[in-house]
Design a protein around this ligand. Structure first.
Ligand SMILES: NC(=O)c1ccc[n+]([C@@H]2O[C@H](COP(=O)([O-])OP(=O)(O)OC[C@H]3O[C@@H](n4cnc5c(N)ncnc54)[C@H](OP(=O)(O)O)[C@@H]3O)[C@@H](O)[C@H]2O)c1
Length: 265
């Protein structure tokens, strides 16, 4: 599919919209409301977030556009079978296939646990936009930058891919450690101990931010940058809220633990 200059212009506007929306979403989530899932679900605001859907289905519903939608958009592009775009597609899918179809079944949720409908609906919609913005830059001529095979030895690709892999490892290991805190049948919360949890409250979010910073560098694109901004706008306020919650809930919570970045934040 060849893209007209008008369509390319609209793609650019979409990316700019995500950058601007990230600032707004950060302010709202940092200072006014908390996304109502997991430990931050509240009875008082339940009317706003809507009825509950089973949590595993909520995860699949909201992440599937980032796996399946991304692949569909990508393969509509004329550059789809070129080596460097294919490798970038593989990186994206390594994360999102796992997140959509494996991660939900590794969660230790309590029987009957639900997530308010508005959470997966909002995430489904925004993930679709992010997927379009990031898939089109890889394979749609007129939108994509050229990614020739030589891009794979460019220092931007190499550094970005290394950061992506390091973030992937941190994110997966930190998520697995959280899942392991609950024995079968348990549903409460415990203080996570060991490895990066000795340094920060939310190493899983740190890993996620490294993944998408790596992606932005490896693709050297405004679309990639808009996705890091969007992820940071969601995860930094969430990390602060989780950290506060740990301190309020556990009197013996380690005082030297930071929120997200060891030694800094
Ligand atoms: N790209 C993005 O913008 C974005 C946005 C959100 C999430 N994510 C990613 O999605 C993954 C999950 O995020 P999340 O916000 O759901 O993470 P989370 O709040 O840390 O929870 C993850 C899972 O661990 C459980 N859990 C958390 N802390 C626990 C504790 N102290 N004791 C026992 N169980 C605990 C949670 O149970 P409960 O459900 O019962 O609390 C949930 O099942 C992360 O890898 C994150 O990076 C990405």
């Amino acid at each position: 599919m060849n893209v007209s200059p008008v369509a390319a212009q609209w793609h650019h506007y979409l990316v700019l919209a995500y950058l601007l929306a990230s600032v707004l979403v950060f302010v709202v989530l940092q200072f006014f409301i908390k996304a109502a899932y997991g430990r931050h679900k509240g009875a008082k605001t339940a009317w706003f977030w809507g009825p509950g859907v089973p949590t595993r289905w909520a995860w699949m519903l909201m992440e599937a556009p980032s796996a399946l939608g991304f692949a569909l958009i990508y393969f509509l592009g004329a550059e789809a079978w070129n080596l460097a775009p294919l490798l970038l597609l593989a990186m994206w899918q390594a994360h999102y296939f796992q997140r959509s179809f494996i991660f939900p079944f590794r969660l230790r949720t309590k029987p009957g646990d639900t997530t308010p409908l508005l959470v997966p609906v909002l995430a489904f919609t925004t993930n679709l936009g992010v997927s379009f913005a990031n898939a089109a830059i890889l394979s749609w001529p007129g939108i994509s930058r050229p990614y020739p095979p030589s891009w794979l030895s460019d220092p931007r690709f190499l550094f970005g891919a290394a950061l992506f892999v390091a973030g992937y490892y941190i994110n997966r290991r930190a998520d697995a450690m959280l899942a392991a805190l609950r024995k079968p049948g348990e549903s409460g919360y415990k203080i996570p101990r060991g490895w990066l949890y000795e340094k920060v409250s939310c190493p899983n979010y740190l890993g996620e931010l490294m993944i998408w910073t790596g992606w932005a560098i490896a693709t050297w694109s405004l679309a990639g940058l808009s996705f890091v901004a969007w992820t940071a706008a969601n995860l930094i306020p969430r990390a602060c809220a989780n950290h506060r919650w740990y301190r309020e809930t556990f009197p013996d919570y380690p005082a030297n633990r930071k929120v997200l970045i060891p030694g800094l934040l």
